[in-house]
Design a protein around this ligand. Structure first.
Ligand code: TYD
Length: 220
């Protein structure tokens, strides 16, 4: 693998999309060969899986945690095969909106045992790891308030009704992300998403630019 592999992770409402756009723009301004993609849904087939995973089914049936896990990994296997590995082999910089740490955090919080993710993750990833993972950390209560505000008053009301259970879930997700970061402090950089967008952008760039420099990609 010759390229540089960076992933960005975070709980809902952490400003991940904004920061991903800002980071991509900075990298593009430097003229570096960049591929930006996301999981789930980074390939044509993956988009079908994304719809199956994230859109409620008219029947009301929901995926059991094991089936959900396998669908996320099917999406990842296809994405690695069709997009990520080819780009890295060509020496490009690959920037992904969510990757394996999301599975560890979200499916782990849904009750999937770590051992199951170890085994299937090994099979799908074949030891591929991001060089750097940017974790936007935020109290889920704040994140969900941001999402509610973005959706307007009606959305905020709709959201607060069912959201005690959701809040508990997102607290577990956050704790899992932070535990992953503690276990791999050299790979995962935790950045507080409470600061202003400009401050978060600067904090993320202070992690990314040394990596690009050490990979021989010219940065200021
Ligand atoms: P998305 O609309 O991309 O949300 P966000 O803006 O929060 O990234 O939806 C992705 C959802 O899928 C998000 O709730 C996290 C979840 N997810 C998992 O549960 N497991 C995974 O492995 C991945 C990649 C995502």
């Amino acid at each position: 693998m010759a390229g540089v592999f960076i992933t960005i992770e975070g709980v809902e409402g952490s400003g991940k999309s904004t920061q991903l756009a800002r980071l991509s723009a900075r990298i593009q301004r430097l003229g570096l060969p960049l591929v930006v993609s996301k999981e789930p849904g980074g390939t044509a087939l993956g988009k079908e899986l994304r719809r199956l995973l994230l859109e409620p089914h008219p029947s009301g049936e929901v995926w059991c945690p094991d089936a959900e896990l396998l669908l996320f990994y099917a999406d990842r296997a296809q994405h690695l095969h069709a997009v990520v590995r080819p780009a890295l082999d060509e020496g490009k910089l690959v920037l992904l909106d969510r990757f394996e740490d999301s599975t560890r955090a979200y499916q782990g919080a849904s009750g999937v045992p770590d051992g199951a993710m170890d085994r299937i993750g090994d099979l799908v990833l074949r030891r591929l790891k991001p060089h750097l993972t940017l974790l936007l950390d935020l109290d889920p209560e704040e994140g969900m308030a941001r999402v509610a505000a973005r959706n307007g008053a009606h959305g905020a009301f709709a959201e607060t009704r069912f959201d005690q259970a959701a809040l508990e879930f997102h607290r577990r997700v956050r704790a899992r992300f932070l535990a992953l970061a503690q276990a791999e402090p050299n790979r995962i950089a935790v950045v507080s998403a409470r600061e202003s967008p400009d401050q978060v952008e600067a904090a993320l760039w202070s992690r990314v630019s040394p990596l690009l420099r050490s990979a021989g990609l010219g940065v200021d």
